[in-house]
Write a protein that binds this ligand. Structure first.
Ligand code: HPA
Length: 286
C-alpha cells in the first residue's frame, strides 16, 4: 500500500489519468449515481479508465455503477466524470470514498456536479422528481476530514455555510425552466445504509428538515468544499421513502427510475455544464 500523504497520492492518481488523456485539463468534475451513469456515454473524444487502473482508487461493488472514470468533452468543455462511486456501506473508509474527489481536485477541476439516487420524503415529490440539493444533513456519524489536516487541500475547520453553490443552483433552475421541466429544491440527508430506512426513521428525518434521503454525496461534497471547489448537487428521487407508500423499496426500482429520467437528466446536465465552467453565462433558448 502506498503510505505517502493523501495529497501526493491524489497528485499521483492525477498524473496517471493525465497520461491517458492529455488533451485538456478537465474543468468540471462529475459523479454519476446509481442508474444515472448514461450521461458519460455522451462525451466526445472520450477515454474511459476503469477505477482499478487508477492508483489509489478502490473498486465499486454495486450493481448499476459502471465503475470507471470517463474523460471527455461536453459541448467544448473538458470533463472528468466518475461513472459510479465508492460508498461507505461497501466497507470503504470515508478517505477511500472521497479519494476520487481529491483526485478531481488534483486534476484541476474548479467545479463539480455530484448526483445521486435518493428516496423522497417531501410529500409533494413523486418518483422521478429531480431535486437540486440546497443543503445537507450529515447523519453518517463520521466526517471525511477527520484525522490530520493537510493545509494544501484546505483549512482544518472549513466553513459549510454554502456547500451547494447558490449561483450554480440558480443556473440549473433557469435551465430546467427553459427545458420546461420541474426541478425542485431540498435538503438531502445522508445515512450510511445499506439497509433502507424504517418508516420511523423517515418520520424522524422529515422532522429534521430533510426532503430526500440517500447513502452518498455528503462526504464528497464536504471534501470538495475543503478544496474550495464549487458544488452543484442533484438528486433523482427514484422512490418515495419507506412508509410513504404502502410498499417496500427495492434497488431494481431505484435503477429503473434512474433509467426513466435518463434523457431529461442528460439534457439538463448538458445544458448546465458549459455554464458551470464559466464558458457561457446566458440561458440558451428552447
Ligand atoms: N433511501 C436511501 N437511499 C436511497 C433511497 C432510499 O429510499 N433510494 C435511493 N437511494
Amino acid at each position: 500500500m502506498d503510505m505517502s500523504p493523501l495529497y501526493e497520492r491524489a497528485e499521483h492518481a492525477a498524473r496517471t489519468i493525465r497520461a491517458r488523456w492529455a488533451a485538456e485539463t478537465p474543468r468540471v468534475g462529475m459523479v454519476l449515481g446509481s442508474g444515472l451513469g448514461a450521461f458519460a456515454d455522451q462525451l466526445t473524444e472520450a477515454v474511459a479508465i476503469p477505477f482499478d487502473e487508477v492508483p489509489g482508487f478502490a473498486r465499486s461493488t454495486v450493481e448499476g455503477h459502471a465503475g470507471r472514470l470517463v474523460l471527455g468533452m461536453c459541448d467544448g468543455v473538458p470533463l472528468a466524470v466518475m461513472q459510479g462511486r465508492f460508498h461507505f456501506y461497501e466497507g470503504y473508509g470515508l478517505d477511500e470514498v472521497t479519494f476520487p474527489m481529491r483526485t478531481l481536485g488534483a486534476l484541476g477541476v474548479k467545479a463539480v456536479v455530484i448526483t445521486n439516487a435518493a428516496g423522497g420524503l417531501n410529500n409533494t415529490f413523486t418518483q422521478g422528481t429531480l431535486m437540486l440539493i440546497s443543503d445537507h444533513l450529515n447523519l453518517m456519524g463520521a466526517n471525511p476530514l477527520s484525522g490530520a489536516n493537510d493545509e494544501r487541500f484546505g483549512p482544518r475547520f472549513p466553513d459549510l455555510t454554502e456547500v451547494y453553490d447558490r449561483e450554480f443552483q440558480e443556473l440549473a433552475s433557469k435551465e430546467a425552466q427553459a427545458m420546461g421541466i420541474e426541478l425542485r429544491r431540498g435538503v438531502y440527508a445522508a445515512l450510511t445504509g445499506p439497509s433502507y430506512e424504517t418508516p420511523a426513521e423517515i418520520r424522524m428525518l422529515r422532522s429534521l428538515g430533510a426532503d430526500a434521503v440517500g447513502m452518498s454525496t455528503v462526504p464528497e461534497a464536504i471534501v470538495a468544499r475543503h478544496m474550495s471547489l464549487k458544488v452543484l448537487g442533484l438528486s433523482c428521487i427514484t422512490n418515495m421513502a419507506a412508509g410513504v407508500l404502502d410498499r417496500p423499496i427495492d434497488h431494481a426500482e431505484v435503477l429503473e427510475t434512474g433509467e426513466s429520467v435518463r434523457e431529461t437528466f442528460t439534457e439538463l446536465l448538458q445544458r448546465v455544464i458549459p455554464l458551470l465552467s464559466g464558458q457561457r453565462s446566458e440561458v440558451r433558448g428552447q
